[in-house]
Design a protein around this ligand. Structure first.
Ligand code: ATP
Length: 232
């Protein structure tokens, strides 16, 4: 079943054409990666979907046309972004940060339990200031906070950035768990190989255009694609 369909997404910043009319879709329970170099337009794509920047696009959620809905409505539907650089509240403790995520939707208590089951370290540290957590723990907190708002579609912007491989594995394993629950995941990554390993499909962006798309496992085996686009 198609969860989200994006048609002809355009994001311009003045004269900079960051995203040049791309179209793609995400099915229920799918992990879809958007890959590409620095400045390819990945973050702008996520922001454009949610109207966090000025954008043009058609947007369908379960085949319903929601192109005209504002950011708040899109979030209420469960289209949730876990932003780059985490954007946690350093002066609040872990649990307070998590509760910020349930502000808009959902049942705070059940969601807290769910997040603590997925990331037990957050439970151990629930009274600790978020600013005092390690980078990996802060990223877990950012993902946990996004989960507090009951996502149907979870969009993550570079969750692996700056983290040790073992921590990245831990976070990616949680994404696989979420997929099993039927949550759809749109993953923006520069760590292409790792992202492809957990993805069903991927789109490769280059200067605001999709230059390749397809099955993630096939891309991993395609030496030409790896060489041309994935830094190998
Ligand atoms: P990164 O991995 O570095 O975040 P990205 O693939 O996410 O890269 P974007 O951040 O979407 O790429 O940027 C796409 C293009 O738009 C780049 O050329 C960037 O310089 C430009 N850009 C992004 N934000 C703005 C802005 N607020 N004003 C002007 N240009 C911008």
């Amino acid at each position: 079943m198609r969860m989200l369909k994006i048609n002809n997404l355009i994001v311009n910043y003045g004269h900079v054409n960051a995203v040049k009319g791309i179209s793609f879709e995400i099915k229920k329970g799918e992990i879809v990666s958007i890959l590409g170099a620095n400045g390819a337009g990945k973050t702008s794509t996520l922001f454009g979907i949610l109207k966090l920047v000025k954008s043009k696009r058609e947007l369908f959620f379960n085949e319903e046309d929601i192109s005209k809905e504002n950011t708040q409505k899109l979030v209420k539907r469960g289209i949730i972004l876990c932003p780059e650089n985490r954007r946690i509240f350093p002066g609040l403790n872990v649990e307070e940060n998590l509760k910020m995520g349930s502000f808009i939707r959902g049942d705070e208590k059940n969601n807290l339990e769910k997040v603590y089951n997925l990331f037990p370290i957050l439970k151990d540290r629930k009274k600790q200031f978020a600013g005092s957590l390690s980078g990996g723990e802060q990223q877990m907190l950012a993902v946990g906070r996004a989960l507090m708002s009951d996502p149907k579609i979870l969009m993550l912007d570079e969750p692996s950035l700056g983290l040790a491989p073992i921590i990245v594995d831990e976070i990616f394993n949680v994404l696989i768990e979420l997929k099993k629950e039927g949550i759809s995941i749109l993953l923006v990554e520069q760590n292409a190989i790792k992202a492809l390993k957990i993805s069903d499909r991927a789109y490769i962006l280059e200067t605001g255009k999709i230059v390749h798309s397809g099955n993630a496992k096939k891309m991993l085996q395609d030496e030409k694609i790896k060489k041309a686009y994935l830094g190998r």
